[in-house]
Ligand binder design. Structure first.
Ligand SMILES: Cc1ncc(COP(=O)(O)O)c(C=O)c1O
Length: 484
């Protein structure tokens, strides 16, 4: 006992041999308390307030299970990482094999085989709609540990490759929360108070080719970065191809942030495949490892590579420690196999259409359901101010307290009454976002539609249960704000 560090003794209750199962059992039910004390008290407070503080003990496919054996349908999929379902067995088995093989990992001064194999496989998928001639055929992959790190890499690459200082992105867009990606975010709530971010980053109005061309004409824009994710804003199909032409005309690189929209989420391998685009850079992350291991990738052209990694002296001018690690590469290769064998993207397209058809059929029947938009299984349900007098009053009260509270009035009963996990799409918006695993079937779609309709019925009765939840959430929000 004398040599065992005190912290280990505390965690393992004096046992010398680490045992994750025993540890979890020993501390069962303490997640909220410990997370709230040591990791993020504010998040713990939100989770408790909206009734999401569950003691999940197991997960499988589209389901989470709590300690009492209750089953929850997961329409959030860890922010879109579990495209092939939670704890996918094929990917898990491959990871077990890689662990058991005692493979050399992160030798660093070497050229790991698995990184080369995954890069080759990934590029063959990204390039599916590209021919080998001209711009937009991607030859290289830089592996990262997250989506934001992939976007940070893309930012550096486009600045170095073009020698230009400015980067444009869309209003509403989300590209990550490190200082470079954050400078591209269209959402000021995330930026406020963090000081000056990367200079030269500006947002342009959504779906506006004239505004884009006005900026590109100045010929100082390194890249235009797009993503259809946050709030599920998808531009007119012609915007995408014309934006690409404009970028080509003015020497600007086009970056597709496919961190969330990639890997089958929209019903095709990548969202830009819907419009036959050929971006110069494609960033990928989230589902690339099937949710098991942090991963990300910047796919880009040899031309850009040559301008960044100019000679042997600069072979690691952009680099990281964990990017090409064995487990991430193994999971990535296995995830691609699962995607292909199980036709996961096509299932996302079919289930997405069913889900959106069902939701859209509610637009006329429930006046606050304003719009249902999406591609595949990336779906946004936007709510709007009602016309009827009593509902209007409730809407106004709720919005006076918090502009994003109505979305919570939908998300909370979906969870508390129907055991379905969803999220609001961001700050100050009346949008609920659905990101289920792509392996869901018609039964899951039906279960969601029935539950959602029930919640809509409640929301369209004023006064009623839903508005009481709104009132309770508003009171909690005021209390929390006062306590800060
Ligand atoms: C489009 C997009 N880009 C980038 C990111 C950031 O990825 P990460 O959270 O892995 O840093 C996200 C995360 O949600 C995203 O949706």
């Amino acid at each position: 006992m004398g040599h065992v560090p005190v912290a280990l003794c505390l965690i393992y209750g004096g046992k010398m041999k680490p045992d994750i199962n025993a540890l979890v059992e020993m501390h069962d039910g303490r997640g909220w308390e410990l997370f709230g004390r040591y990791v993020n008290p504010q998040l713990a407070c939100v989770v408790k307030t909206i009734g999401f503080a569950k003691n999940y003990v197991r997960a499988d496919g589209p389901y989470l299970y709590d300690g009492e054996g209750n089953e929850f349908l997961d329409f959030l999929a860890g922010y879109g990482v579990f495209n092939m379902g939670r704890n996918n067995k094929t990917i898990r088995d491959e990871l077990h094999k890689a662990l058991d093989a005692d493979l050399p990992n992160m030798v660093q001064m070497d050229t790991p085989l698995l990184a080369g194999l995954l890069a080759e496989r990934l590029l063959s998928i990204v390039n599916q709609t590209h021919d080998k001639t001209g711009r937009g055929f991607l030859d290289m992959v830089f592996f990262t540990n997250s989506g934001t790190e992939a976007n940070e890499g893309a930012i550096k690459f486009v600045r170095k490759a073009t020698g230009r200082p400015r980067i444009l992105s869309w209003e509403h867009a989300f590209h990550g929360l490190t200082t470079g990606s954050l400078a591209l975010n269209g959402n000021k709530e995330f930026r406020k108070g963090f000081g000056d971010l990367l200079p030269g980053c500006e947002t342009i109005p959504f779906n506006d080719l004239t505004a884009l061309e006005d900026e590109l004409k100045k010929k100082d824009v390194a890249a235009f970065v797009i993503e259809p994710g946050k709030g599920v804003y998808i531009a007119d199909p012609k915007f995408y191809t014309e934006a690409e032409s404009l970028c080509r005309r003015y020497g600007t690189l086009l970056v597709a942030d496919e961190v969330q929209s990639g890997f089958g989420r929209t019903g095709k391998w990548f969202a830009h495949h819907h419009w036959g685009m050929r971006p110069d850079v494609v960033t990928v992350a989230k589902a690339l490892s099937g949710g098991y291991v942090p991963i990300g990738a910047v796919c880009y052209s040899r031309e850009i590579y040559d301008k960044v990694f100019t000679d042997m002296e600069h072979c690691v001018v952009h680099s990281n420690t964990f990017g090409r690690n064995t487990l991430a590469m193994t999971a990535g290769l296995a995830a691609i196999e699962v995607m292909e064998k199980e036709n996961v993207a096509e299932n996302a397209r079919i289930m997405g259409e069913k889900l959106m058809d069902g939701l859209r059929s509610m637009i006329g029947r429930y006046e606050m359901v304003k719009e249902v938009r999406g591609l595949g299984l990336m779906i946004g349900i936007e709510f709007g101010e009602p016309k009827s007098f009593s509902l209007k009053a409730g809407w106004k009260i709720v919005h006076a307290v918090n502009k994003g509270l109505f979305g919570q009035m939908v998300v909370v009963p979906l969870m508390c009454d129907h055991r379905i996990l969803t999220q609001v799409a961001g700050h100050n918006v009346d949008i609920v976002k659905l990101l289920p695993p792509l392996i869901i079937n018609e039964t899951h779609v039906e279960r969601f539609l029935t539950a959602f309709e029930q919640v809509m019925k409640e929301c369209h009765r004023f006064p009623g249960n839903a508005w009481s939840i709104g009132k309770k959430l508003a009171a909690e929000a005021i209390k929390a704000r006062q306590a800060m």
